[in-house]
Design a protein around this ligand. Structure first.
Ligand code: FPP
Length: 266
């Protein structure tokens, strides 16, 4: 099926950027736009190793990883993926060296300040999963401002998982339910739908495709509930080298899988 570019896209318009578009044409042509994953989640791994391999300090890996974030956002938006979740900072990442944690906070801040206008032009919405309260006030404010600026958009939902942990998310949902009046009713049973309303991804579709870069094959406390039926694609590329073609290839791999959801092959 030929690609029908997202009409709102400012970035990948074959008419305005034919040479750039042409490089990826073969991959795009193979993608069935009627069977896109609604929600793609990415564990962006390998920044440190990428930088170390070049004889640089780890933070350069994070800095370059930002370009890969842009590529993933643009490509997802243009294709018409509904939601893209990026695991940018886990609840365990606080144990990294103080300088690295501080660098990441500044990088998130700088990225949002510099990219929000382009995301606005590309019809991207922004939300977060994770406990923001541990972040410095200035970063919380930048995030709040970007979320608000992009709130009127209708395209891709970019969900940044920051200070996010899958176990913590589930526990928090349990505790919120417990605080609610209904759970105290004798015999009341919580449904999946009600439980999901209390998760930090409330309102997002279930994860269809979960990508992890750097060839590691684990979930690392990311979307434990949300990825229950996700297709996993592990890619042998460090995150700073992740480009448009990697996402397209992962989507093609997803489209080649037989998703049975516990059922039998028809
Ligand atoms: C994992 O690589 C990467 C992170 C924990 C940070 C992710 C941050 C970015 C990609 C920066 C830009 C992001 C946004 C949203 C602006 P690692 O450091 O664990 O790499 P290693 O496994 O090789 O040590």
């Amino acid at each position: 099926m030929p690609l029908t570019p997202n009409p709102k896209s400012q970035i990948l318009n074959p008419a305005s950027a034919p040479a750039y578009f042409e490089q990826f044409n073969d991959l795009y042509r193979q993608i069935d736009l009627t069977r896109l994953p609604a929600h793609v989640a990415i564990i962006m791994d390998g920044n440190g190793r990428w930088a170390r391999g070049k004889g640089w300090t780890r933070i350069f890996g994070h800095e370059h990883g930002r370009d890969s974030v842009r590529e993933a956002v643009k490509t997802s938006g243009e294709l018409g993926v509904k939601a893209l979740s990026l695991f940018a900072f886990s609840t365990e990442n606080w144990s990294r060296p103080k300088e690295e944690v501080e660098f990441l906070m500044r990088l998130f801040d700088r990225t949002l300040r510099e990219e929000t206008q382009e995301m606005a032009a590309s019809n991207v919405r922004l939300r977060t999963s994770g406990d923001l309260s541990r972040f410095p006030a200035w970063l919380q404010e930048t995030i709040r401002h970007s979320v608000e600026t992009l709130s009127g958009n209708t395209g891709l939902i970019l969900n940044l998982a920051v200070n996010y942990g899958g176990k913590q998310d589930i526990l928090q949902a349990v505790n919120r339910l417990q605080e609610g009046y209904r759970i105290q009713d004798t015999g009341y049973r919580v449904t999946e739908e009600e439980f999901e309303k209390h998760l930090q991804t409330s309102g997002l579709p279930a994860v269809d495709l979960l990508i992890r870069t750097s060839a590691e094959q684990r979930i690392s406390n990311f979307f434990l509930w949300q990825a229950a039926y996700a297709e996993f694609v592990f890619m042998d590329v460090y995150w700073p080298d992740f480009r448009r073609q990697h996402l397209l290839k992962a989507i093609l791999e997803y489209q080649g899988r037989d998703r049975r959801f516990g059922n039998v092959i028809s």
